[in-house]
Design a protein around this ligand. Sequence first.
Ligand code: HOZ
Length: 435
Amino acid sequence: MPVDLTRSRVLQQRAERYFPGGVNSPARAFRAVGGDPPFVERAEGAYLWDADGNRYIDYFGSWGPMILGHAFPPAVEAIREPAQLSPSFGASTASEADLAELVVRAFPSIDKLRFVSSGTEATMSAIRLARAYTDRKLVAKFEGCYHGHSDGLLVKAGSGVATLGIPGSAGVPEDIAHLTLALPYNDAMAVEAAFDAHRHEIACVIVEPVVGNAGCIPAAAGYLEALREITNREGALLIFDEVMTGFRVALGGAQELYGITPDLTTLGKILGGGLPCAAFGGRADIMDLLAPLGPVYQAGTLSGNPLAMAAGLATLQYLTEHRGEVYPLLESLSESLVSGVGAEAARAGVSITSNRVGAMFTWFFTAGAVTDYDSAAKSDTAAFARFHRAMLESGVWLPCSQFEAAFLSAAHTPADIQQTIEAAGSAFRAIAENR
Ligand code: HOZ
C-alpha cells in the first residue's frame, strides 16, 4: 500500500514557487531517488512524522546532529530560557565558554576555538587560517569528501555535488578551483606525490577522517597516520573535518578513535544539538592569528548564538556524562542493524557492501569494497533508489542519496532495528524479483 503523500506533494509544489527545487539545501530534494519528499511536521526520539501523518523510523537524523534522538528533552528545555531572554545579542555570553570547555575536554587537540553557524563557515575559516599560518596557497582535499560549499572546497566534492553529478560547481572561477588539489582518498602515495609536485606550496590537507559525504568510507589502517606524518614533515597543517564524526564515532571524534592529533579541527552538527552551530579550533599558536589578536579576519553575527549554545551544552553534557553507556549502545545497535540488513541482502541475492564506523554507515549497492570515491561511484544508484523508495513505503527514512552516510541515534530501539531489517528484506526481495 503506497504511503499517502498528498499533503506533502501540495507543500512541495508551493515550496517550488519560492525556492529553487523547492528546497533550501539540495541534499533534501529527492532527485536521486525520485518521488515526493515528505514534508516533516514533527519528530520525537527515533521517529519523524510527515504532513500526511505518516510515521518513519529516521536514519538520517537531520544529517547527523540528532545523536540522542529528536526533541531530546534536556535540549528542548535548555533553549526555553534563553529564548525568553532574547535569542540573540551580538555580544558575548557566558554560555560560549561553557560549551567551549566541553569541546576542549573532548578534543585535547583543540586549545582554542571559535564558534560559527555552519560547517561551511568552519571549514572555509580553517583553510584561511592554514593559508595565513603557512603562507602557502594550495589546499589538498580528497575526492568525495565534502567540506561545505565555499568556492575552493567544491572541487570533486561529495554530498549533493556527488548526488546530483555536478562536476564541481558553476560560478567557481578556475583561478580559485586550481588552488585545490583533489586526491584519491585512502591513497597515501597520492599525497606524497602531490607534495613532491608542489614543494612548499601546500598549506594544508583537509580530510573527513571517516568519509560521510560519499557514503560512509572508513580510513584504511595507517592512512590517517600517514597524513599526519607527511604534513608534519612537509610543514603543512592537517585539518580534520569532524563536522560529521565529531561526538559521533566517539565523544572525541575520529581523532580519539584513531589516536591522531590534527592541527585544526572543524565541528558542527551534534555540537549544536540541532541548532545552527559549528566551530573550528586547534593549536593556540594557529588560532591566535585570528582577529582581533591577529591578521586573519573571520566574523559572524550569530556566532555563539545563545540558543545554539544552550542546545549544544545540554547535548554535550549528556554525552560527556553518559559516554560509557551511549557509545557502546550506538555501537551494538548499529552493528545489529548493519549486519542484519547485510544478511537480508545476501539472502535475497542482492549485492551490497556495508561500511560502518560506530553509528554512521552506508549500504552501497555494489559487490566490491568501497574505499574511495571511485569505488563508491561504482554503486548501482538505480537499485539504491528502488531500495530507498521501498524503505520509505515501509516507514523507514534513509538518507536520500547513495552518497550520504546514514546515522543511528541512542533513541532507536531493538524493535526499530528489527522492523528495519524486515523492511529491508522485503525491499531486497522486490529488487531481486524485478531484475
Ligand atoms: N550537508 C548535508 C549532507 N551532507 C546536507 C544538509 C541538508 O541538506 O540539510
